[in-house]
Design a protein around this ligand. Structure first.
Ligand code: ADP
Length: 510
């Protein structure tokens, strides 16, 4: 403590007392020696070197040192340069000279110290700025390192997740794929969304993918679709493709994140369930149709048997001699009653099937076809077939019952797929929409099956006509009744690809 104090005192003495004296002494001595030297050369008093000494002392030793130098210089100038020479006395004629010298010296001390102070302040400010910049640079470097580290950790995490993941910028350019995706697909997805996916999507899923992607990109909203992707070994698997957009606080789209969840197993299980359900509903349909047919037959049998019996009786009464016209007339009356009963049974059955009143609304037929195809997609994929859509632009809306028209499409597409089932050639189902002048649109369902045999063609739309082992022969009859109730027409023709083509028309505003 004491040594500390002693050290501080000695520091203070050196800095505040000895140093100013030493600096001032040094400068004044130099000025004095140079003055002595110059006095031999120029015979004129030379006080300016002392002013220089005052300036030097004030600059290097501070204001106190400047004043010491000024005092020493005044004494020396007075003694050596101001008459009477070699005396401290001042002649009255030289007083103004000495006064001017002192004034000059003081002004210089003040100017130099002011300049010195401002220089010191600037240097200190610069040093502080330098220090701050260095501090900020170090902080920035540190936060960069931390960012890199967290990005690295995130990348390790996403690489460890056993699902395919990617990210893309706001324009849809893919900029990251996790290791699992690279390993599964054999290469990272690169470039724009759409093109990158075209390289790995199953051709049959491309249309759905683009449709979903397009609406999602326009709305900048999440998108989700089930589709098959080609793996590194060339096989296809079902994935749930999901993409989520990230927005800034002010609502600007920043980037997209995507994940593909492998759903092959669930998909297979679901297909199995659908097949079992189809089989069940087919047999229950056959069963209930059988039951219904039996009960209708039973209902009709009674009046029809009675009609036949009464008709025989009537003939007997008429063929008797003489003919019993009274009895024949009564029997004919009973025939009329029984026939009316049978007619009522038929009317009841028809009323039963009409109980669901059709709901007709203006409908975009292309939209209806797309929705229908979406439903059919799994079935088509399961049967290893593909769908081609040829939809005309700018079709007017048609007034129709969407459920019934979808039922027609379902029957036609189901028959088309049944027809292609056993074939070895290409298995493409084409659905086409086009305008048919005047005031009609035409929808066609074409297949690449064996086509229509001449003996089949004539009976296609007859109820209960079927060539299938488990068919009911009601599908096309039902289609015709639906289309005709819409004021349209349905017919079959050979398709250009050699299979069968079914066309139906629907009226639209001309
Ligand atoms: P189902 O499908 O129960 O047999 P449909 O009325 O739908 O009843 O079809 C009647 C018949 O018309 C079928 O059994 C089949 O012989 C024939 N048929 C329908 N569509 C096609 C097609 N696209 N290609 C070949 N034959 C067809």
């Amino acid at each position: 403590m004491a040594t500390d104090l002693a050290e501080r005192i000695s520091d203070w003495v050196i800095q505040r007392a000895l140093r100013p004296f030493a600096v001032a002494g040094f400068f004044v001595l130099v000025a004095f020696l140079w003055t002595l030297y110059f006095q031999h050369i120029i015979a004129y008093p030379f006080p300016f070197l002392f002013l220089g000494a005052v300036m030097g002392s004030a600059w290097f030793g501070g204001i106190f040192s400047g004043f010491i130098a000024a005092t020493l210089s005044t004494v020396l100038v007075d003694y050596f340069l101001v008459p009477p020479l070699y005396s401290l006395a001042i002649k009255s004629s030289s007083e103004s000279f000495l006064a001017a010298f002192i004034l000059c010296a003081i002004t210089m001390i003040l100017l130099v110290s002011a300049r010195r102070r401002s220089e010191t302040a600037i240097r200190e400010a610069r040093d502080q700025l330098d220090a701050r910049v260095q501090e900020r640079t170090a902080e920035l470097r540190q936060s960069n390192l931390e960012l890199e580290e967290s990005a690295r950790r995130l990348r390790m995490l996403t690489d460890a997740i056993p699902q395919q993941m990617w990210s893309a910028d706001a324009q849809g350019n893919l900029n990251y794929c996790n290791q699992y995706l690279v390993d599964s697909l054999g290469a990272p997805l690169a470039g724009q969304f759409a093109e990158a996916f075209d390289a790995v999507l199953h051709p049959a899923d491309e249309a759905f993918f683009h449709q979903a992607l397009e609406s999602s990109l326009i709305a900048e909203a999440p998108f989700e679709i089930e589709a098959r992707l080609r793996l590194a070994d060339g096989s296809y698997r079902w994935f749930l493709l999901r993409a989520i957009p990230q927005h800034s606080v002010d609502g600007r789209l920043l980037r997209w994140f995507g994940i593909h969840v492998d759903i092959e197993q669930q998909h297979r299980e679901r297909q199995g369930l659908i097949e079992a359900h189809d089989e069940l509903s087919r047999s229950s349909r056959t069963l209930s149709m059988g039951e219904m047919a039996a009960s209708i037959a039973h209902e009709l049998n009674q009046p029809l048997t009675a009609v036949v019996t009464h008709a025989y009786a009537c003939r007997e009464w008429l063929s008797a001699t003489p003919a019993n016209l009274e009895k024949a007339s009564a029997t004919a009356e009973r025939i009329v009653q029984e026939s009316t009963r049978a007619g009522a049974v038929v009317a009841r059955v028809r009323a039963l099937f009409r109980s669901n009143a059709a709901i007709r609304q203006p409908t975009d037929i292309n939209r209806l076809v797309l929705d229908f195809v979406h439903l059919l997609r799994d079935d088509v994929a399961r049967r290893n077939m593909t769908i081609r859509l040829l939809l005309a632009d700018d079709l007017p809306d048609a007034e129709l019952d969407a459920i019934q028209i979808q039922q027609v499409l379902l029957n036609l597409a189901g028959n088309a797929m049944d027809a292609m089932e056993g074939g070895a050639g290409p298995r493409e189902l084409t659905i086409r929409t086009q305008r048919q002048a005047p005031g009609h649109i035409c929808v066609s369902v074409e297949d690449q099956g064996p086509g229509l045999a001449p003996e089949t063609s004539a009976r296609l739309f007859e109820p209960f006509f079927t060539t299938k082992r488990s068919g009911m022969g009601m599908g096309l009859a039902l289609c015709r009744s639906i289309i005709e109730s819409h004021d349209g027409r349905i017919w079959a023709a050979p398709s250009q690809s050699g299979g069968a083509a079914f066309h139906f028309t629907l009226p639209v505003p001309a």
